[in-house]
Design a protein around this ligand. Structure first.
Ligand SMILES: [Fe+2]
Length: 169
């Protein structure tokens, strides 16, 4: 009997511990919310880091879109299984590579299948421009078309994506 009471008391302590652990998590969550804008060495527009950014109207780009939306150059039509070049440049007006503001990487995907990624350093030696030599297996374009997806990340302006549809014969 005594053992049973001891057991009950032990469970109670455990429950109290769990309640206080949950309260601690909530407090930590509130603290995180309070500093949602962060404490960055350089002020940044946080809204650019919430989603993947794209040029809203590719024919009428804003200055920010002009220097960040990846520009994809590829043949309009390629042969399945044969190598071809895809060039990705950031952006139409090439982005700078200063030590405080630079492009961290450029990547290329076939739809949602990653093809490759180039990491860049903020030294200014390498400009945000990459040429990928790729090949598309026939099964990767069952409808005879393929969407090339280029992505880049700017340390101050977030993630940017552009797409280009090409024909695969
Ligand atoms: Fe930028």
């Amino acid at each position: 009997m005594l053992d049973h009471n001891y057991e009950a008391g032990g469970n109670m302590d455990r429950r109290e511990f769990l309640v206080s652990a949950v309260a601690g998590t909530i407090a930590a969550g509130l603290a995180a919310t309070a500093s949602a804008d962060g404490f960055y060495p350089q002020p940044v527009d946080q809204s650019l880091f919430k989603n993947v950014n794209r040029a809203k109207d590719p024919n009428k780009k804003t200055p920010l879109e002009m220097s960040h939306a990846p520009l994809i150059k590829a043949p309009a039509s390629v042969k399945a299984g044969e190598p071809f070049e895809v060039t990705v440049q950031v952006g139409e007006k090439m982005h700078g590579m200063a030590e405080v503001h630079w492009i961290e990487y450029i990547s290329l995907s076939f739809g949602n299948a990653p093809a490759g990624k180039l990491a860049l350093e903020p030294k200014g030696y390498m400009l945000p421009h990459a040429t990928f030599l790729v090949t598309v297996p026939k099964e990767a374009a069952p409808k005879g078309m393929l969407t090339l997806v280029a992505e880049q990340r700017c340390n101050l302006h977030g993630l940017w994506e552009s797409t280009l549809d090409i024909k695969v014969v």
